[in-house]
Design a binder for this molecule. Structure first.
Ligand SMILES: Cc1ncc(COP(=O)(O)O)c(C=O)c1O
Length: 365
């Protein structure tokens, strides 16, 4: 297995400087003035009693947009995925996922801690699993082998460079898994980016999953929150587990008000982030020592190889930070940049200039 480090900037927190180009993640966006106004004016109630009208509206809109019976607001994507895994599995089972997936690497082992399950990771080129690979890892139905309980896909696949699942591949995995009696959950933290790249809508590309988690707090720009969507029975159960994890919030409509703007107004602007990622990829590909194939950059995430620059990812990111550009190392040889609504084309051009400068200084040293 390849080494995967937590994506980290050289100096976390330095993104607060206004001149800084923060390409660490699409989670760093600040709420827009429209969101702040909506939060200020939000109609609220106690959501544990299901009495927050703004939360209720957000959940209803999410269910409508995904063509599902119901949805539930959760404070984070991690909580949404953890709840879904708990509902779909029993203790002692295995969960098939991609090797670089968030549920495997970055969710604090909640799959084991909360659900009592073990991940069964599979490495897939570009992070895209196929049924041919998945089926090899489904445990045989013998009593002395831990049984597969769930398949979890991630679309877009974050650490594989924001790659997008072709819908035919997703649907084959879902259909064959269902024939084998297995549910399939989607970690769709960035599913709207996937839909934008495919030119299809989210309901269409996710219709065969048993449940979907998507984040408002990534490319859509909300300050907090994710949703889990699925059947009424699934969401009723999710409400129970959300409460047991301490996720029963009270006047959370303040958060949902920003979330509604993210959901209704920010999904159509993601192409701008994808175009900026293409611009960065094309520029990076020209810099000696950096390896990236712009054709493989499908959304707003770039993971590129810097091993030819003479720097490791820590040195690379530290030197960039000194030039007010922050991004994170993924492995010692690879770096990730993520475009989002708070970095425009000029900021991306400045970031490229800074990368050129540190690489040419390193080549001369
Ligand atoms: C693919 C993916 N899934 C889930 C999450 C978890 O979201 P949160 O940070 O809201 O817990 C993230 C966060 O970066 C992610 O990238």
């Amino acid at each position: 297995m390849s080494t995967i480090l937590e994506p980290q900037s050289a100096t976390p927190g330095s993104g607060t400087n206004v001149t800084t180009v923060d390409l660490r993640s699409d989670t760093v966006t600040k709420p827009t003035p429209e969101m702040r106004r909506a939060m200020f004016e939000a109609e609220v109630g106690d959501d544990v009693y299901s009495e927050d009208p703004t939360i209720n509206r957000l959940e209803q809109r999410a269910a409508e947009i995904f063509g599902r019976e119901a949805a539930i607001f959760v404070p984070s994507g991690t909580m949404g995925n953890s709840i879904a895994i708990k509902i779909h599995t029993r203790q002692g089972q295995e969960v098939i996922c991609e090797e670089r997936s968030h549920v495997f690497n970055y969710e604090m082992a909640m799959m084991a801690h909360f659900s009592g399950c073990m991940p069964r990771p599979i490495f897939a080129p570009d992070g895209i699993l196929t049924w041919a690979e998945v089926k090899k890892k489904i445990a045989p139905k013998i009593y002395y082998r831990a049984q597969t309980g769930l398949i979890c896909l991630e679309n877009t696949n974050n650490m594989a460079g924001g790659s997008v699942y072709p819908t035919e591949i997703v649907e084959e995995i879902c259909d064959r898994a269902h024939e084998a009696g297995l549910p399939v959950h989607l970690d769709g933290a960035r599913v709207f980016n996937a839909a934008t790249a495919l030119g299809r809508d989210v309901a269409d590309i996710t219709r065969k999953f048993d449940s979907v988690m998507f984040c408002l707090s990534k490319g859509l720009g909300a300050p907090v929150g994710s949703l889990l969507v699925g059947s009424r029975a699934f969401v009723d159960m999710a409400r129970v587990y959300r409460k047991s994890l301490g996720g029963g919030m009270r006047q959370a409509g303040i958060l949902a008000a920003a979330g509604l703007i993210a959901l209704e107004k920010h999904t159509t602007r993601l192409k701008e982030d994808h175009d900026n990622a293409q611009f960065l990829a094309a520029g990076l590909a020209q810099i000696p020592g950096i390896k990236i194939d712009p054709k493989k950059v499908a959304t707003n995430i770039l993971v590129f190889d810097i091993s030819g620059t003479g720097m490791n990812s820590t040195e690379f990111t530290q030197r960039l930070t000194k030039r007010q550009v922050i991004c994170g190392g993924v492995t010692p040889e690879t770096v990730r940049m993520v475009t989002h609504m708070d970095v425009g084309r000029a900021a991306c051009a400045a970031a490229l200039e800074a990368v050129r400068a540190i690489c040419s200084a390193s080549a001369k040293a």
